[in-house]
Design a protein around this ligand. Structure first.
Ligand SMILES: C[S@@+](CC[C@H](N)C(=O)[O-])C[C@H]1O[C@@H](n2cnc3c(N)ncnc32)[C@H](O)[C@@H]1O
Length: 215
């Protein structure tokens, strides 16, 4: 497990709190739930993966660390019955993450999603099913930007517009990371001779957010 990846995952964990039923879907090495258990941020955790090899690895890592992690072979939340207070879905494509959420959304209290591609799919899904993005945080790892979104059931008072769906400025808690992402996107578009209207508009909204919530 590379150090940067641990940092990225730990970076998302302060959004978690101490939920009674917490499930990490797509656990692979189980770096996130094991870090949370080790820190005492959780008293128990379930880690699931759709493949056997990651489950074996997760159990082995838990054993080495002397931590009690309930590891299950499961497609999404199929292998976990009943209510789930918080589910984390990190390091997958947004389409897969949204599929996992959609299949079980009636029994999820909150979701932490870190898609490997784009947050837009996740924001669009949330708006479509009457969920909302409670907060977002961005981080950079090995030159790549990753967004982390906290989703809760219940529609936002103001329906997100196209700009919000694309860039998620409203709930952003890390304006510097998103600002750097927007600058990179503007540069990319301009180098291609394309208009950068939407990311420029998002930059303006971000500047307002920065003034409203200074660091
Ligand atoms: C790239 S790893 C990410 C591991 C870890 N969550 C992280 O962020 O570092 C993605 C993992 O998700 C698992 N996965 C993909 N689709 C899944 C699904 N529908 N249900 C459970 N696990 C899934 C894969 O087997 C793989 O181990």
């Amino acid at each position: 497990m590379v150090a940067e990846e641990v940092e990225r995952l730990v970076g998302s964990s302060d959004l978690l709190g101490v939920p009674p039923v917490y499930v990490d879907v797509g656990c692979d090495h189980a770096g996130l739930p094991l870090t949370l258990l080790h820190r005492g941020a959780l008293s128990r955790a379930i880690a699931v993966d759709v493949h056997e090899a990651p489950c074996v690895l997760a159990r082995e890592n838990a054993r080495k660390l002397g931590l009690d992690l309930d590891v299950r072979l499961s497609d999404g939340l199929d292998g976990v019955d009943g209510w789930v207070d918080v589910v984390s879905i990190c390091g997958m494509g947004s389409g897969t993450a949204v599929g996992v959420l959609d299949a079980a959304r009636a029994r999820i209290g909150a979701a932490i999603v870190q898609p490997n591609d784009t947050g837009e799919t996740v924001r669009r899904w949330a708006a479509h099913v009457g969920w909302s993005v409670a907060r977002e945080r961005g981080c950079w790892d090995a030159g790549r930007y990753y967004g982390v979104l906290v989703l809760v059931p219940g529609a936002a008072p103001d329906a997100p517009d196209a700009l919000e769906l694309a860039w998620g400025v409203r709930a952003q808690r890390d304006v510097d990371a998103l600002g750097a992402r927007l600058s990179a996107e503007i540069q990319r578009l301009e180098a291609l001779g394309k208009p950068a209207t939407l990311p420029r508009l998002a930059e303006q909204h971000l500047a307002h957010a920065r003034r409203a919530h200074p660091a």
